[in-house]
Design a protein around this ligand. Structure first.
Ligand code: AMP
Ligand code: MG
Length: 347
């Protein structure tokens, strides 16, 4: 519930896109640059696509169609596509999109040493995040769910483009990666229409194409995890995705304790490893989404050593529960923030 409210604010331009045109519909700006914007509710959040250029209106319509297609295909909760069917039947065939996402998810499982686990669905269900009947599961329920997230029980047949979930009750959840894949696909579609400047905002996860039409960088606000209706800083970027994972995005409170939706697969509990927000900046939206979730799970020390080993692939902004902000070297000059922050040196 919280997430929907928050994203509504973000769709209004607060505070994710500082200084970005957020009007609806198509318009001829005073400097003669044509732009178009459309909103859609998909993947449990409000999404906005804005493009600039001659074909902006057509391009944005095609982008919205793509978002709706991927939403129907990849949802694990509505009976509209292949992920739901695979989960119901213990396997089945997948489209090119589904196979790509599954294979990349399995790669991320390896590279993050299990922090990213695409089979997390039974744990999400045990905590009530699937049907919104939130509650702390019993130890027995949690242990039962933990037995169903063993990635070794997912078998992929590339030639047949199919997957088998070897244990009854296993289920795939692309919730940690689907939005980044969607924004990457949307950018590709906009490019086929000759668009050179665009911004896709999927509930606060942003991917930009090129610069702003005037040649300046896009300014993407980073939410203050301690007061999510406000921003904590702004990052200036071109041609990349800026994707944040934070416990504040979806959670419930029981007996005064806050339980959020990003699960540490090693315990089955919401990750509680010292980080309250992780932003990944990368030209690869799918990677940015998967790794924002993964680094949140890893916690600050493991996240920093992961960053040091993989610094060529992405930049990051980490915020700890003590309010300390760390930014990778590659991003430091493009990040502004009212409080001081430290710089993570990368090789
Ligand atoms: P994000 O907002 O991208 O961090 O994604 C959070 C969503 O990813 C959750 O709502 C779940 O659907 C899913 N998820 C939660 N924990 C994990 C995990 N450890 N690995 C992969 N996906 C996860
Ligand atoms: Mg993610």
């Amino acid at each position: 519930m919280k997430k929907k409210m928050l994203c509504l604010l973000l769709a209004c331009g607060l505070p994710v896109l500082a200084g970005c045109d957020q009007n609806s519909g198509s318009e001829q700006a005073t400097d003669e640059i044509v732009s178009a914007t459309q909103d859609v509710f998909a993947m449990d959040t409000y999404m906005t696509v804005t493009a600039y250029g001659e074909a902006a209106e057509e391009a944005v319509s095609a982008a919205i169609t793509e978002i709706e297609r991927l939403n129907a295909l990849l949802t694990a909760t509505d009976n509209t596509g292949e992920v739901y069917a695979v989960n119901q039947n213990g396997g089945g065939t997948l489209s090119e999109d589904g196979m790509y996402l599954l294979e990349r998810s399995l790669e991320f499982y390896g590279s993050t040493e299990g922090a990213f686990n695409v089979a997390i669905f039974p744990i999400m269900a045990a905590w009530g995040f699937i049907d919104d009947h939130f509650g702390v599961p019993t130890e027995e329920e949690l242990n039962g769910a933990l037995e169903l997230i063993d990635i070794g029980n997912i078998s992929v047949d590339e030639e047949a483009s199919s997957v088998t979930l070897k244990k009854e009750g296993m289920a795939i959840d692309f919730g940690g990666i689907a939005k980044g894949y969607t924004s990457s696909n949307v950018i590709r579609i906009l490019e086929t229409y000759g668009i050179e400047n665009a911004v896709v905002n999927l509930g606060g996860n942003v991917q930009v194409l090129g610069t702003k039409p005037d040649g300046s960088f896009w300014r993407v606000g980073i939410i203050n995890p301690f007061n999510p209706d406000t921003g904590i800083g702004v990052v200036e970027v071109a041609d990349c995705a800026v994707i944040t994972s934070g416990g504040y995005e979806r959670y419930f409170v029981q007996d005064g304790v806050n339980y959020h939706h990003i699960i540490d697969p090693s315990t089955g509990y919401p990750a509680n490893n010292g980080l309250v927000s992780v932003t990944i900046v990368s030209s690869d939206g799918t990677l940015a989404d998967a790794l924002s979730t993964s680094l949140f799970v890893m916690g600050v020390d493991n996240a920093i050593s992961f960053l040091e080993k993989n610094s060529e692939l992405f930049d990051a902004i980490l915020i700890t529960e003590d309010g300390e902000i760390s930014v990778t070297e590659g991003l430091a000059e493009n990040f502004t923030c009212e409080q001081s922050f430290s710089i993570i040196k990368t090789p």
